[in-house]
Design a protein around this ligand. Structure first.
Ligand SMILES: Nc1ncnc2c1ncn2[C@@H]1O[C@H](COP(=O)(O)OP(=O)(O)OP(=O)(O)O)[C@@H](O)[C@H]1O
Ligand SMILES: [Mg+2]
Length: 253
């Protein structure tokens, strides 16, 4: 039996003027697990995350988080944007603690929490650096730490590793597996990389081109509890990567 859903998306449709982004899309996101959204560019992945975050409304359908209908943003959800959205005038410590600052948490407490997540995402020693002094990948890590620091139950991650090189990306992916296990949060993760999605996910939703719906949901079974280093050699891992590529290649121009 699939675990209980933290987020339910039911029959959601979204149009921007003439562009029909999502049509009757339904998907369940199991609690405490990581679900990846994979699909052609422009199919509506960011749109779906924004609707779940409550940043934009759907035209029809509904989204529930823990059984409560989403009407707008809330502290139960945190968003890591595709383009980082860090405060350029604030150092890493302040950026990571910013969500807590907005909630009126005292400086010493928020710095202790920020410190923990700065270290968890591999940025210890950079607390006093400013965004312009960091690489693109490091900035994305700051965004991730900020989302983790506010202790939201649901984390919405829009291509959090797109700005990093292959070696760092693999390190991030390993870190993600640890984070999902340790944090026990529900991760909704958008990526363009099939390998990355299969490597980090408990569940992969493959989306169709615009107007987007879910084409299939895949739940890997054999390698999920394996040592991170062995996943990429697992036969089921290789099969799933091939199968997703076979279905997505039709949409590559
Ligand atoms: N604010 C907006 N106004 C008008 N059209 C929009 C807006 N935001 C997105 N769109 C359109 O909706 C469609 C889906 O966009 P979205 O950003 O959700 O795609 P995506 O799957 O995240 O793409 P990518 O993989 O390139 O990030 C696109 O055709 C885009 O042009
Ligand atoms: Mg996008």
């Amino acid at each position: 039996m699939a675990p209980q859903s933290a987020v339910s998306v039911r029959n959601v449709s979204k149009k921007y003027n003439d562009v029909e982004a999502l049509r009757d899309l339904s998907l369940e996101f199991p609690r405490g697990q990581l679900t990846s959204l994979l699909g052609p560019s422009g199919c509506g992945k960011t749109t779906l995350l924004k609707i779940i975050a409550g940043l934009i409304p759907a035209n029809s359908g509904e989204v529930e988080v823990n059984g409560i209908r989403v009407e707008g943003p809330g502290p139960d959800r945190a968003f890591v944007f595709q383009d980082f959205a860090l405060l350029p005038w604030a150092n890493v410590m302040r950026n990571v603690g910013f969500g807590l600052e907005l909630r009126g948490i005292a400086k010493s407490e928020r710095e202790a929490i920020a410190e923990k997540y700065i270290s968890n995402v591999g940025l210890a020693g950079f607390e006093r650096s400013f965004p312009h002094e960091l690489s693109g990948g490091m900035r994305q890590r700051v965004g991730l730490a900020r989302a983790l620091a506010v202790d939201a139950q649901v984390l919405l991650l829009d291509e959090p590793f797109s700005a990093v090189d292959e070696q760092n990306r693999r390190k991030f992916q390993e870190d993600m597996l640890t984070l999902v296990q340790e944090e026990r949060k529900t991760f909704i993760f958008v990526t363009h990389s099939i390998e990355e999605a299969v490597y980090v996910s408990d569940q992969i939703a493959v989306l169709l081109p615009r107007p987007s719906r879910v084409s299939e949901v895949i739940r890997p079974t054999s390698f999920r509890n394996k040592d991170a280093a062995n996943i990429r050699r697992d036969p089921e891992y290789l099969d799933i990567v091939d199968r997703i590529w076979a279905s997505l290649r039709n949409y590559v121009e």
